[in-house]
Design a protein around this ligand. Structure first.
Ligand SMILES: [Zn+2]
Ligand SMILES: [Zn+2]
Ligand SMILES: [Zn+2]
Length: 104
């Protein structure tokens, strides 16, 4: 691991706010520091670390185009479906109409 990555890991392990705005963290595992991050095979909103198996949400919010990162303390889980959602509050879950209402 290079020094820059180590600094990022140290910073965001202490304070997880702001991870979503750091593009490098899309390819860096906060748990083990691996850069072997690949798309999750079952969920296109998720990435998974090939080294330790940790999976996390990382996708672009369909409502405002901000990046959502499930490891970021500002990206909370949707109370209905559990998906980590954008700080704007939009939920992009494929849901029934009643679910969509309760999410918005
Ligand atoms: Zn890992
Ligand atoms: Zn948003
Ligand atoms: Zn939802």
């Amino acid at each position: 691991m290079d020094l820059h990555s180590e600094k990022l890991l140290k910073k965001y392990r202490e304070d997880r706010d702001g991870m979503r705005n750091c593009p490098e963290l899309a390819g860096l595992c906060l748990i083990c520091g691996s850069i072997h991050i690949v798309p999750h095979k079952d969920d296109h909103r998720k990435l998974v670390c090939r080294n330790c198996g940790f999976a996390f949400y990382r996708y672009v919010c369909p409502a405002c185009n901000s990046t959502v990162d499930g490891r970021d303390s500002r990206n909370r889980a949707c109370p209905e479906c559990g998906i980590r959602i954008c700080s704007c509050g939009a939920c992009g879950c494929p849901a029934t109409p009643s679910h969509e209402r309760s999410c918005s």
